[in-house]
Design a protein around this ligand. Structure first.
Ligand code: ATP
Length: 834
């Protein structure tokens, strides 16, 4: 069928092309599409197509254009019917080429051109292929394994009596059992609101209008999953939505119209009876709830349960009771019993609101007779009725209710975060954020086939909640899971199949070896990084490790398998089966061994990383301590220098012993050192003062016969000769004159001018070498008025001796200061060095 330009999907595509093409092109848009498809070989057309695809395109009505995925175009069932006659162009990666071709051919759409380009992300299909093809294309993940996305359904409940009475209107319209239109209403007088009314369209796998029966809901959403359980898969169905939206009604229903849980178990029992060999099956049931972040057993209530992660079963609630059931009626009774224990409370929106998330787990173990023999399978079905999300204002303000509401919202928020992370393909999915997400880990991110039923209310009062539910349901559509079968590995009978299996296992081994090699590389890199810090320990670990180079270089499992295979082929035909079986077992063992080795290596790598992190922390701490100590030392040093400068500038008379400076011990406290030096300075000051006193005494004794006892000379520049009183000390007293005179003159000291005691103390303090030397200066002496006391002038020789002594003293003082300076310099150097 040629592309119909009136078809909504084509119109949508037209719109897109019209925007990107110049208006003057004038061609019909359908023709352009066909041209693109037909002229696919030409690189420029490919380029154009690609450009068209890179931009996000809206989805509307029954047509979805994928841009982030693998498909150029996706149509509805009508398009699918017409797909066989459509020209098809497919570009895909070499790894998926055969699968893709068979999918397309199986649908009757023969790809005309096939071009291999890069990875699966670049797979693009031009032309009307149909939704199913696209879905199957999407189901092929990058590594070529089968993955399935979560199937998302929406169920609308009828408007309640209460809502009708409140005058609420329906804001939901469901079209074609797929499309959901959400419209916001506003009062005619609310002009501002009227201007920005929100309305949105969503498309789901199926949408159930208010009059849909329970059976129809079950058939569309869950029946397929029961088939999955019969194939030995893990499957789950969960209901999501705001409070009072109809989740419990959908999951549990009433006696008259039972819900999904009951219908699914009826169906499961029917299928088990039909397919299991000789009715050999066991169905175990457990029913739990998550209330206020604690897990409780609903079938035998007691203490809260603890969640544990099991390598085989995933997350399990330790101590959860399991009941064996043999018929659907028994299940009904168990469910009733469990629901009586479930937490329900009336809220403003719902009279019988469930205040907890309830999870019914059904494990079916059975045997099926197949051509190859009897196969045992284990399928698991989880049926989850979530508590409703609600706004804080919508709940009662009582404490317990608000706490429940907060916990429900918190766990649902954690669920939303997980959905977001899964959709965005993040490596870390925050399943551990709540008990609910821990329990749903398998259903959302594991090897599980999952269906989600989003329940919504039609009432415009609940517009916000409905919009939220639809938004999250829309997001959940993008989550992909990998449904794997739990069945045991069966050994095929024909030799051809055995060889195939052997080859497949060899391939797996090869992959494992690559993984192992890369892990070992990583480990060695970590080792070499930390070897500098702890060479001894790491070296010893290297020898301890099971993944050390020696075992790694030993014959690989794959080689062993090849050897097994070779020996098998050499044996007579009759023994091939047994030998092949042995080979498979050996291969199994080898794989297990390798996996174990990888686990040990991973653990070791983790340990080394942790250790290096710890060391780094310690190093940082010691650096910080050193830094602190260093700053204290600097502070002390600065203080010391400051004091030193003060002392030098003050020009104190200090005499020091000329002893050599002893470098302080390295571990000596710096403060003590400074204190010592200060004390030493003080003591040397005292000693120097005494020495000065003695010297001056000696000088005076030398000069005493000719030197007047009651007069003294002040320096010519600023001192006047003042006579000292006889009272007081035996030595002559010197006093600074308060007034300066140009001509030095001898002024008789006014007797009893000051009290003698004060005079003595003051004079002792103010007496200096300078005073003494000037007293004896010939220049001064020459100019003084001759008195009785100074009539006898000292001889020239004495004067020279005195001068020399004076000069010697000055030099000695300079030398002491220089020695001090030298000593302080060496001290500073020492501080710098430490
Ligand atoms: N499809 C339906 N047909 C008829 N009645 C329905 C339907 N869905 C829900 N109801 C009714 O709406 C009311 C609320 O439904 P239900 O208790 O299932 O909501 P809920 O989503 O489980 O709420 P909560 O989260 O508070 O437990 C019930 O009285 C129920 O009978």
């Amino acid at each position: 069928m040629p592309i119909n330009s009136t078809h909504p999907s084509v119109n949508l595509f037209h719109t897109r092309i019209t925007r990107s093409q110049p208006r003057s092109s004038g061609k019909a848009k359908t023709t352009q599409l066909e041209e693109c498809a037909i002229a696919d070989e030409e690189s420029d057309v490919n380029q154009r197509l690609q450009e068209e695809l890179e931009t996000p395109i809206i989805s509307a009505r029954r047509t979805v254009l994928f841009t982030s995925g693998n498909c150029l175009f996706s149509g509805n069932e009508n398009d699918l019917r017409d797909a066989a006659s459509m020209p098809t162009r497919i570009r895909y990666s070499p790894t998926v080429a055969p699968k893709l071709s068979s999918v397309a051919e199986g649908m009757g759409a023969t790809p005309k051109t096939v071009a291999c380009t890069g990875s699966l992300r670049e797979v693009k299909v031009a032309g009307l292929i149909g939704r199913q093809l696209n879905e199957r294309l999407e189901a092929l993940s990058d590594d070529g394994t089968q993955s399935s996305r979560i199937m998302v359904y929406v169920r609308l409940r009828p408007i309640s009596k209460k809502e009708k009475e409140a005058g609420s209107r329906s804001c939901i319209r469901i079209v074609n059992k797929r499309d959901v239109y959400l419209t916001e209403f506003a009062l005619e007088t609310d002009y501002l609101r009227l201007k920005r009314l929100r309305g949105r369209h969503f498309a789901f796998d199926a949408a159930f209008p208010e009059n849909t029966s329970q059976q129809e809901v079950y058939d569309t959403s869950t029946a397929e999953l029961i088939e999955g359980v019969m194939q030995g898969r893990n499957c789950s169905v969960f209901c999501y939505g705001a409070t009072g939206a109809g989740k419990t009604h959908t999951m549990l229903g009433t006696m008259q119209s039972p819900g999904v849980m009951v219908l699914a178990l009826k169906d499961l029992f029917a299928k088990l009876n039909q397919h299991s060999s000789g009715g050999d099956y066991i169905v175990k049931l457990s029913y739990l709830e998550v209330y206020n972040e604690s897990v409780r057993d609903l079938l035998s209530p007691g203490r809260p349960l603890i969640l544990r992660e099991d390598s085989k079963q995933g997350i399990v609630a330790a101590g959860l009771s399991q009941y064996q059931a043999y018929s659907a009626d028994e299940v009904m009774l168990l469910l009733q019993r469990g629901n009586q224990n479930r937490q329900t409370e009336p809220t403003r929106i719902n009279e019988t609101s469930s205040r907890s998330h309830a999870i019914l787990q059904v494990v079916a173990e059975y045997k099926v007779q197949q051509e190859a023999g009897c196969i045992s399978r284990v399928g698991k079905l989880s049926l989850i009725d979530l508590a409703g999300s609600e706004r804080a204002l919508a709940t009662d303000q009582r404490t317990l209710r608000s706490l429940e509401g907060a916990n429900i919202n918190r766990s649902l928020l954690a669920l939303s975060s997980c959905i977001n992370a899964l959709v965005e393909g993040k490596k870390h999915i925050p399943f551990r954020n709540s008990k609910l997400t821990q329990l749903l880990k398998d259903s959302l991110g594991g090897a599980c086939q999952t269906a989600m039923i989003a329940n919504i209310s039609p009432s415009n009062i609940c517009f916000g909640e409905t919009q939220n539910t639809l938004h999250w349901a829309d997001r959940a559509k993008e989550i992909r899971t990998k449904a794997l079968s739990n069945e045991d590995l069966q050994i095929p009978e024909s030799q051809e199949d055995q060889t195939k299996l052997l080859l497949q296992m060899q391939q797996e081994n090869q992959q494992l070896r690559f993984q192992l090699a890369s892990l070992q590389q990583k480990y060695l890199a970590v080792q070499s990084a930390s070897v500098s810090s702890t060479p001894v320990r790491i070296g010893s670990h290297l020898n301890e490790l099971p993944c050390s180079p020696a075992p790694f270089l030993s014959p690989t499992p794959s080689a062993r398998l090849t050897a097994i295979h070779a020996s098998n082929s050499k044996r007579p035909q009759s023994g091939t089966q047994g030998a092949s079986a042995n080979g498979d077992k050996a291969a199994d063992r080898a794989i297990k061994e390798l996996k174990r080795t990888i686990q040990i290596m991973e653990r070791e790598t983790e340990r080394v990383q942790k250790e290096s992190a710890r060391r780094e922390e310690n190093l940082n701490a010691s650096i910080a301590t050193l830094h602190r100590e260093h700053s204290v030392q600097l502070k002390n040093k600065d203080e010391f220098i400051r004091k030193l400068c003060e002392r030098i500038s003050a020009g104190d008379q200090t005499m020091h012993k000329n002893k050599s400076y002893k470098s302080p011990d390295k571990h000596h406290n710096i403060r003590d050192e400074v204190e010592n030096i200060r004390n030493e300075n003080i003591s040397s000051k005292v000693v120097a003062t005494r020495k000065v006193a003695k010297t001056s005494e000696r000088l005076k004794r030398l000069a005493s016969p000719k030197f007047p006892r009651n007069a003294c000379l002040l320096p010519s520049s600023n001192r006047a000769l003042v006579p000292a009183t006889d009272q007081g000390t035996k030595t002559g007293r010197l006093r600074r004159a308060s007034t300066l005179t140009t001509q030095p003159q001898i002024t008789p000291l006014p007797r009893f001018n000051f009290p003698a005691k004060i005079e003595v103390a003051t004079m002792a303090k103010k007496r200096t070498f300078w005073d003494i030397s000037n007293t004896n200066s010939p220049e001064v002496l020459g100019r003084v008025r001759p008195t009785r006391s100074n009539l006898s002038t000292p001889s020239m020789l004495l004067q020279v001796i005195l001068k020399l002594l004076l000069v010697g003293l000055i030099l000695f003082r300079i030398g002491v200061i220089l020695a001090d300076m030298h000593r302080y310099n060496s001290l500073i150097k020492y501080y710098d060095a430490t």
